[in-house]
Each structure stands twice: as C-alpha cells, then as structure tokens.
Design a binder for this molecule. Structure first.
Ligand SMILES: Cc1cc2nc3c(=O)[nH]c(=O)nc-3n(C[C@H](O)[C@H](O)[C@H](O)COP(=O)(O)OP(=O)(O)OC[C@H]3O[C@@H](n4cnc5c(N)ncnc54)[C@H](O)[C@@H]3O)c2cc1C
Length: 459
C-alpha cells in the first residue's frame, strides 16, 4: 500500500478501558461475546477511510458493522477493529425525483418513518432495528416484496471505502461489476459501504390483514397459506405466517405481544389495494380451520409499519436461525416434519416464519444481480431462542436438526441468515453466481482484507 506516515483513527473511538466498551462491543445475537481491540463509531466517510488505513498499517483484522443483527455475530471480531457506521444515519430525500440518499447506519424503522412522512417508501425488511447496510447487501425481504421486489432492487448507487482506504462509487455505469456483486453477496465482502442512493416509491394507505388460529389448525392453514405464494397468485399481497411454540416466558421471540389472547399461528399480510379486495382475496384462508382473531383494514402505511414492528423481537437475545428457500408446494411429508419439530420444542422458545416471495423478485433474472434465489416462492425461517445459558445446546440442536429435516423440501439459504454449520455455503447462498463473485473479489480486494468465516474468497 505504500503507507509511510502512521495513520490516525478518527471518529468516536472506544478502547477496552472505556466505560462504554461493553455496550459498544455487544452484538444483537447475544450467543456471541466478542472482544475487539477497538471499536470506531465513524461519523463520516473520512473516519471510515482512516480506520481502514489504520487497520492496514497495523495489520489488524477488520469487521464492519451497521445494525449488529448478523445471525453469526460476523460484524464483531476478537482482537480486531470494528468499524461501525451506526452513527452515520443521515437521510436526504429528493421527493420530486423519488430518490433517497441514505447513510448506511440508518435503521429500517427510521428510514420507514423519514420517507413515510413524505409519502415515500424503500421496502427494507420487517424488523425495525436491522441496519440498512446488512439488509440491502444481502437482499431485503419486506412486506412489499411481492409487488415491488427486494431492497437491493431499489439501489441506484452505493459509496464504498475499499481495502486501500479509497472511496468508490458503484452503479450500473460505474464499477458495474462491484455494483452487481454487492447486490446480493451479503455485507462485509468487498469494502465498507457508507451511503446508498435508493429509488423510493409512493405509498399512502395499504390493506393490512392479521388472522390467528390455534395450533390444531396448523396443517390446514399452512396448506392454504402456500397458495398465496404460488406463481400467478395476486402479487399485490405479501403474506407471512408465524408459528410459535415453547416457553411463554421468553420475551425476545416473534409472535408479538405474548399476551394471554395471542395465538400460536398468525398470518400477516400487506396488500397494495383496498381492504374490500383484500377481504375477498383472503376468503379461502378465512374459511380455513377456525380463525380466532381477524383484522382486515385499510390503514396508513406508517401505522402498518408500527404494527408489524410490534410483532418483531425487540431486545438483543441469544438465538439460532436459518432462512431456507422454498421453490415448490410443500408436500404432506414436509408439513408433517414441521408439525413434529413445532410439537417438540427444546427448553427454549421456537418460531417458524414463512415469508412470501416471488412476484417482482422473480421477474429479475437470477444472474442480473448477485442475489441468486429469485425464483423461490417463499422462505421458511427456523428460529430458536432461550432464556438461560443451558438452553443454548438444545436450542441450537433443535434448529440444526429441523434445517436438515426440511432439506429435501428447500433449496438454498438466504445469505442474510448465515449459518456456519453449512458446509457447501457457496452453492447454498449464491448458486451459479459464486464464481463471478470470486472474480469481483479478486479485482476489488485481491489481498482478502475483508475476510471472515464464509466470506467470498478472491478467485
Ligand atoms: C430479528 C431479526 C429480524 C430480521 N428481519 C428481516 C427481514 O424482515 N427481512 C430481511 O431481509 N432480513 C431480516 N433479517 C436479517 C437481516 O437482513 C440480516 O441480519 C442483516 O445482515 C442485518 O444487517 P445489520 O446491518 O443489522 O447487521 P450487521 O451485523 O451490522 O451486519 C451484517 C453483515 O453486513 C456487514 N456490514 C454491516 N455494515 C456494513 C457496511 N456499512 N458495509 C459493508 N458491509 C457491512 C457486516 O460485516 C455483516 O457481515 C432479520 C434479522 C433479525 C436478527
């Protein structure tokens, strides 16, 4: 690199003797407990540049962090530098052209509210607290995914600090290979993104549905729910289905308020259209089993955002989770497998979440961006959490055995739910796009400065 002068760290710097070190080092998944050498909270792109140059000068491992939600704690590292962009959260909106320039430390919920106040949206995941960096670089499944596609489908340009501490802009016209790769490779692979430019869409009111059942209706509900994700199903509706069992004492689980009248099987849906049409569309589901609670309304978009956020885990907790893609109708044997695992939770609390995909996601070819699994109809997320440390081994085992048991009915894994137990991860995350990713890596980070378990190697 030819650096002679010792580079200096800038920004808000937290060393291990700082009173804020413990809070600064913690990941959202508290299963991981890492002790970085230093954490830099960058205030602007220059701080990121300085941190990369400093780390290169001292030959110190680098990890990048935005919302801290990495499933495998990959945004922190023992003895290395964590370059954290979470205090870079400026959002500038050009309402006339429908373009939003977003610093990469912005949280999903803040982006929804800032844009929503102007009648705009960039579809960016359901969870309020995830960072826009991780979500976008791996895909971005939201409640608007079927009509409008992934978060990364809205990306027009990104700004990135590379391994030499140089600032690059990538778009369809500049560094197009990097732009292709960072739309689906997952975060951390090529450099540190500091800003995204997104195409925003107009939004006003939307149809919102929430329907709950008892566990006895699981099979019949799942059979009907799937039909809303089949090719040809109305793309204006993006449906999810939560199935929760285990200890009610575990608060940091999906399935909302955990109040006594909450039910273990819950469908949620967002529909780009009036409630009357949504009600008509949902008739098959409403006739399925014995629904216990039904809400079908037309609501302002931001109210829907807040209702959905309330059903997400709110506090950091230990968990094990993987999101696997479903490309076909689940046969009865798969549904029986799901029932078997749901009926046998370990000492922890468990959730199975289905999220409808397809629609606009599938209209983009699988090789057009690095996000490969465009033809999947939905994904199944298997999630276990626990409230005491001795819950970890059975919780992790349950998740792993469940994932393996449904392998015959799924294909591929969402890179934003990395799982270090997956041996053939290049194929699982990237399919045929992996080779091209390794070529882009060789061009932009030939010395593999940005490396971590399951990161893309240079060809
Ligand atoms: C409770 C929960 C709910 C979720 N819900 C959804 C959902 O609805 N839809 C969905 O699509 N996904 C969802 N996810 C998955 C989410 O997309 C991933 O966990 C994502 O990677 C989180 O990004 P982050 O910035 O918060 O995490 P981080 O841990 O900060 O980063 C994740 C990865 O990106 C890298 N990275 C971070 N910042 C940068 C940067 N500035 N430049 C380059 N690389 C960077 C990190 O090094 C790491 O490898 C959920 C996750 C959780 C835990």
């Amino acid at each position: 690199m030819g650096l002679c002068m010792e580079p200096q760290l800038t920004g808000l710097i937290v060393w291990p003797d700082d009173v804020h070190y413990d809070a600064a080092r913690k990941e959202w998944n508290t299963l991981f407990n890492k002790f970085p050498l230093v954490i830099v909270f960058a205030q602007d792109t220059e701080d990121v540049v300085n941190a990369v140059r400093w780390a290169r000068y001292w030959n110190i491992p680098i990890r990048t962090r935005s919302g801290r939600h990495s499933y495998e704690g990959l945004s922190a590292v023992d003895g290395g530098i964590v370059i954290d962009v979470s205090q870079m959260k400026q959002v500038n909106v050009d309402g006339r052209h429908g373009v939003a320039t977003v610093q990469t430390g912005t949280k999903n919920i803040d982006l929804y509210h800032i844009l929503g106040a102007k009648g705009l949206v960039v579809p960016a995941g359901v969870c309020p607290t995830t960072g826009i960096a991780g979500v976008t670089l791996g895909g971005g499944h939201s409640m608007l995914t079927r009509p409008w596609g992934l978060t990364l489908d809205h990306l027009l340009e990104l700004e990135m600090v590379d391994a030499n501490g140089c600032v690059l802009q990538a778009s369809a016209n500049r560094h197009a290979d990097l732009f292709w790769a960072y739309r689906g490779s997952g975060g951390g692979n090529f450099g540190i993104c500091t800003s995204f430019c997104f195409r925003a869409r107009r939004i006003d009111t939307v149809g919102f549905a929430e329907i709950s059942w008892n566990m006895t209706d699981l099979e019949t509900v799942l059979r009907t729910w799937q039909s809303y994700t089949f090719p040809g199903a109305d793309e204006r509706l993006t449906p999810t289905l939560f199935i929760t069992s285990g200890l009610k004492s575990v608060q940091s689980n999906f399935a909302g308020d955990q109040s006594p009248d909450s039910f273990p099987v819950v469908m949620q849906g967002v529909f780009l259209g009036p409630a009357t049409e949504l009600c008509h569309l949902l008739q098959p589901l409403l006739r399925t089993g014995s629904p216990r609670k039904i809400t079908i309304e037309e609501l302002p978009w931001l109210e829907v955002v807040d209702r959905l956020s309330a059903t997400q885990p709110t506090t950091p907790s230990p968990f094990k989770s993987t999101d696997c893609f479903i490309y076909d109708q689940l046969p009865e044997t798969a549904i029986n497998t799901i029932r078997r695992f749901i009926d046998d939770p370990p000492t922890s609390s468990v959730t199975v979440l289905f999220h409808g995909l397809g629609g606009a996601v599938a209209r983009v070819p699988s090789h057009a961006t690095a996000y490969f699994h465009r033809q999947a109809w939905s994904k199944i997320a298997i999630w276990s959490t626990w409230d005491t440390p001795d819950g970890a081994p059975p919780g992790i085992r349950w998740e792993e055995e469940f994932r393996k048991a449904i392998l015959p009915y799924t294909w591929g894994v969402y890179v934003n739910s990395p799982n270090l137990a997956i041996k053939n991860w290049p194929m699982a995350y990237y399919g045929d796009n992996f080779e091209q990713l390794t070529r882009v890596k060789a061009k932009y980070d030939p010395e593999n400065v940005f490396h971590f378990p399951q990161s893309i190697p240079p060809v």
